[in-house]
Structures are given as structure tokens and as C-alpha cells.
Design a protein around this ligand. Structure first.
Ligand SMILES: [Fe+2]
Ligand SMILES: [Fe+2]
Length: 332
């Protein structure tokens, strides 16, 4: 039989698999997911009964939850895709399983969003008929975001054709910093028990995701050239741009949104905050996000990966020019 040519890319197949544990930190993070299991169905959802709020308050909370859901869905897609690819590449066992576990967690977070919208405002956003100008603008914002979500996903899938899987896996950590930050802050600022319980549990998940994706970065970065490390820096900057509609204000380098998107967004978020959701003010978003990045800076730099400059947050680092419409190869 003819021998396969040398340097041929390995055949992508999930079998025979392995039960090898090389990355102990990864195994610990995965193992913890069993002990930290939680069930959103057991939360006091009746607190979100529509009769407890006026129409604007209901829409505003559903608005924020449906905005969050875009990012949770990106997590389901990105980690789910990564999970299959990791299995096909026969990465060590806990890495595959951790990616599966994160995918499941992101489904659970999206389920919190779905339940909240369903209580507050049935059919929001997918089948909702707006009743006022306020509602129409809020819904338009969400629809515009979801439309851009399509562009994100096309780009993310395409990135596997030109970036190595190691680089893509290495880029997963940055958004987890953002995710952990926002939920950790909101579990303290929200005034309703339903939100506090939800955010407390989501924060615990995100802490685990951060540990795991940092372990993934560490494992991958060992073999990286300087140029590949700079690509990770670029992915961090892309992560900032991707998460900007949720954690800052939308960055037009990637997001094509209506000209009054931010104005509507801020107005609606303020109503949601006052209704008890605990949405952060712009000043809080900037401060908490900056602090979270600074907290991880030492660990990231110890792997030889530099932090990008993000002047919007007051984060110093390497100048990275992200081009207009550049593919976002990272996730939430
Ligand atoms: Fe999440
Ligand atoms: Fe996450």
C-alpha cells in the first residue's frame, strides 16, 4: 500500500479518543463542574411576574437579557465547535470534556435569559409586536445586534481555515475575563433575589471557565513563536471589540449598528437598572473591566503574551490596529 505523504494534515476523527490527563489544572476545572452543578428551574421566577413592573421596566429587563443572550449563544457555538474540533484532533481528554462542559454552561446561561424574557415579556424578542416607539426602538436594537451576530459566526467558522486550532483555542480566555467581571459585579448590584441567584451561579461558572481557558492558553502558548503570541494579543483586542455592546459601547470597527443604537441602549439599560436588574453604569463597566484585565495581566505576561492597549478602558499595552470588519476569532 502507498504510504501517505509526509506532513499531511492529520485526519480529523474523534476516534479512538484517549483518557490521558496531561493538564491537571484543566482536569480540576472540569471535575469541579460536577460539584458546582445548579438548576435555574429552582429559582424564584415569580419575582419577574409582569404585574410587578410597568411596561417600560418589563421591556428594559427583557432587552438586557436578550442582549446578553447574543453573547451566551456565541459561547454555545464557539465552545461547541471547539469541542468537536478538539475531539477530532485528539487533544487530551479533560480539554475536550471541559469544552463540552463550558458549552453546556453557556446553554444554561442562555436559558436564564430565555426564562427571564418569557416571564417579563412573552415572545420577546423573536415574536414580539412592539406597542410603542420605546418598544420599537428597543426591539430594533436587538434585531440589529442579532443580524450582526450572523457576521460574527461566519467569520468565526472561517477563521479555522487560516488560523491554527492552537491559536483559536488560546484566544478563548479573554472573553471569560469580561464574562466573570460583569456577572460578579451584577450579582452585587442587582436588587432582586432572582437575579442575585442567577448571577451568583453564572459567576461561579465563569470563574471555572476562566481557570480552564487560562490553562488552555498556557498549554498552547508554550509552543508559540513571537508572531503567534502577537496574534493572541490581537485576539484580546478583538475580544474587547466583540464584547463592546454589552460591556462598554459598541465599536464600529466591527459592529454595524443604527446611529442612535448607543443612545437607545443607555436609556433602556438605565430603566432596567432601576427596575432591579443591576445593570452597570458606563463608569462601572469601564472600571470593573479594567480591574479584571489588570488582575490577569501578570499571569498573561508570564506566558510571554502581551496585553493590547485598550485606551477606552485605560488599559496600557501593545498598539494593535484592528481593521474595519476584521474577523473576530474569539468568543464569550
Ligand atoms: Fe456565559
Ligand atoms: Fe463563559
Amino acid at each position: 500500500m502507498p504510504k501517505p505523504p509526509k506532513n499531511k494534515t492529520p485526519e480529523l476523527n474523534i476516534f479512538p479518543g484517549n483518557w490521558t490527563i496531561k493538564n491537571e489544572q484543566m482536569f480540576k476545572a472540569f471535575d469541579l463542574s460536577f460539584a458546582q452543578h445548579w438548576n435555574p428551574a429552582s429559582f424564584p421566577w415569580d419575582q419577574l411576574d409582569a404585574k410587578n413592573f410597568d411596561p417600560k421596566e418589563r421591556i428594559a429587563q427583557a432587552y438586557w437579557m436578550s442582549k446578553l443572550a447574543l453573547f451566551e449563544k456565541s459561547g454555545i457555538g464557539a465552545f461547541g465547535f471547539g469541542m468537536v474540533r478538539a475531539a477530532e484532533l485528539n487533544l487530551e481528554d479533560p480539554t475536550k470534556k471541559m469544552l463540552a462542559s463550558i458549552t453546556y454552561d453557556e446553554c444554561r446561561h442562555d436559558e436564564v435569559c430565555r426564562r427571564a424574557c418569557n416571564k417579563l415579556c412573552p415572545n420577546w424578542p423573536y415574536g414580539y409586536k412592539p406597542q410603542s416607539d420605546f418598544e420599537q426602538k428597543a426591539l430594533r436594537n436587538i434585531e440589529a445586534l442579532y443580524e450582526e451576530g450572523r457576521r460574527y459566526w461566519e467569520g468565526f467558522k472561517g477563521a479555522w481555515d487560516y488560523l491554527t486550532p492552537e491559536l483559536l483555542f488560546a484566544g478563548f480566555f479573554f472573553a471569560e475575563i469580561g464574562a466573570e467581571t460583569i456577572f460578579n459585579a451584577m450579582r452585587q448590584t442587582s436588587k432582586l433575589e432572582i437575579y442575585r441567584q442567577s448571577f451568583q451561579n453564572i459567576t461561579r461558572d465563569e470563574t471555572r471557565h476562566l481557570v480552564a481557558t487560562m490553562a488552555l492558553l498556557r498549554a498552547m502558548a508554550q509552543e508559540f513563536t513571537e508572531e503567534q503570541k502577537l496574534t493572541v494579543t490581537r485576539q484580546m483586542k478583538q475580544g474587547f471589540i466583540f464584547l463592546s455592546p454589552l460591556l462598554y459601547q459598541h465599536q464600529a470597527t466591527f459592529w454595524h449598528l443604527p446611529s442612535d443604537f448607543d443612545q437607545v441602549d443607555q436609556e433602556v439599560e438605565e430603566i432596567a437598572r432601576n427596575a432591579g436588574l443591576g445593570v452597570l453604569t458606563m463608569e462601572e463597566k469601564v472600571r470593573y473591566w479594567r480591574q479584571a484585565i489588570e488582575k490577569k495581566r501578570g499571569e498573561i505576561e508570564s506566558m510571554g503574551v502581551k496585553v493590547p492597549a485598550i485606551p477606552e478602558l485605560g488599559v496600557e499595552g501593545v498598539e494593535v490596529q484592528v481593521k474595519k470588519n476584521e474577523t473576530i476569532a474569539t468568543s464569550f
